[in-house]
Design a protein around this ligand. Structure first.
Ligand SMILES: [Zn+2]
Length: 353
């Protein structure tokens, strides 16, 4: 294992960020190359904990000659976001200087244009230089995992249907309860990687990308950072890597993935009709029927008609829930994965800003 450092010079004098990058050299040239990062949204730490334990296992494997494919790991991918504390609250999702989501606005390029990402890189702001460095590393691999988490959530993932159902091995290895098939219409990191692969050759657009994977893994919720959970997830990820021939291990067959698979059109984004205190009646992991009471919003406390009910638009599995108990008008409350498309209009791209 070697550790290198990417230095991102700040946009103001006297400031720079240092980003440790862990490299493992594989012994088999034909084995897939892997890139894994976490905490691109800097306040999402389950992946950082997972990678701490995964790196321990990879170091062990390395000392025993068990690394077959090249592996690059960035356990804390966003030092810019980690440093953004606003009145005591970590603001890790948006760049405070530009209001840009750290997981949007990745350049959509063809794979052949990869060298251009880091050419003349000083023309770009610090946040964009960080994005270009990360994407450049990822496009040197065949297996790319971007580890995030939701607010309160089950274990689930976003990936392009070009990787499905091949990626059911990852879903099984990480005990996922749902997989959301993204529509290829956003500039999130995982979609920028898939975009580059789809446009690998001039003029062609691939719809199936076998042997490759680009995925946003949602490792439950922001507070689900515990030693046992992180170790279990690291073991799961290691088994996935073993199954794909990246590391040597007894290839125990993985269990079949038994979770829900839903395109983004089948996700009901349940929103608060009015502002108020949120009283949830149902939790993540519960299956609901159309019309079931999900939450009460106390819009005018103390008034006889001061509360509103929020009900399930159709049958489905509650995958996520917000952790705040105060709703702004039309703010998100839950994501429910359903068998049929939502009747609510959805713009192409990601579910959330
Ligand atoms: Zn995230």
């Amino acid at each position: 294992m070697t550790v290198s450092e990417i230095i991102i010079v700040g946009d103001t004098p006297g400031l720079e960020w240092r980003l440790p990058v862990f490299h493992f050299k594989g012994s088999e040239p034909e084995a897939p190359r892997t890139y894994i990062q976490s905490a691109l949204h800097a306040n999402e730490l389950p992946g950082t904990a997972l990678l701490h334990f995964l790196l321990e296992r990879l170091r062990q494997a390395g000392s025993e000659g068990g690394i077959l494919g090249d592996i690059t790991v960035v356990p804390q991918a966003n030092p810019i976001g980690s440093a953004q504390s606003h009145f005591g609250d970590l603001q890790g999702r948006f760049d405070l200087g530009t209001r840009t989501n750290f997981n949007r606005d990745f350049p959509l390029i063809a794979l052949g244009e990869r060298p251009g990402l880091v050419e003349d890189i000083d023309r770009h702001t610090a946040a964009d230089r960080l994005k270009r460095r990360l994407l450049h590393m990822a496009l040197g691999a065949e297996l790319v995992l971007d580890l995030h988490c939701d607010d309160e959530g089950l274990q689930y993932a976003y990936l392009d249907e070009a990787f499905w159902p091949e990626a059911a091995d990852l879903a099984a290895a990480l005990d996922m309860q749902a997989v959301f098939l993204s529509d290829g219409e956003s500039s999130a990191f995982e979609e920028a990687v898939a975009y580059a692969w789809k446009h690998e050759g001039a003029g062609e657009r691939k719809t199936l990308l076998q042997g490759r994977l680009s995925v946003t893994v949602e490792l439950r919720g922001t507070r689900d950072v515990y030693p046992d959970m992180a170790r279990k997830d690291a073991d799961g990820l290691y088994r996935f890597l073993a199954g794909r021939g990246v590391v040597a291990a007894d290839r125990q067959p993985l269990p079949a993935f038994g979770g829900v698979v839903a395109p983004l059109d089948n996700i009901e984004m349940v929103r608060a009709p009015e502002s108020g205190a949120i009283l949830f009646h149902r939790d993540i992991g519960e299956s609901v029927k159309a019309g079931d009471l999900l939450a009460t919003i106390i819009t005018r406390p103390g008034m006889a008609d001061g509360a509103m009910e929020v009900r399930a638009p159709q049958d489905g599995l509650i995958v996520t829930r917000v952790s705040t108990r105060f709703a702004r008008r039309l703010s998100d409350l839950m994501k429910i994965a359903c068998a049929g498309p939502s009747r609510a209009a959805r713009k192409p791209g990601t579910l959330e800003a």
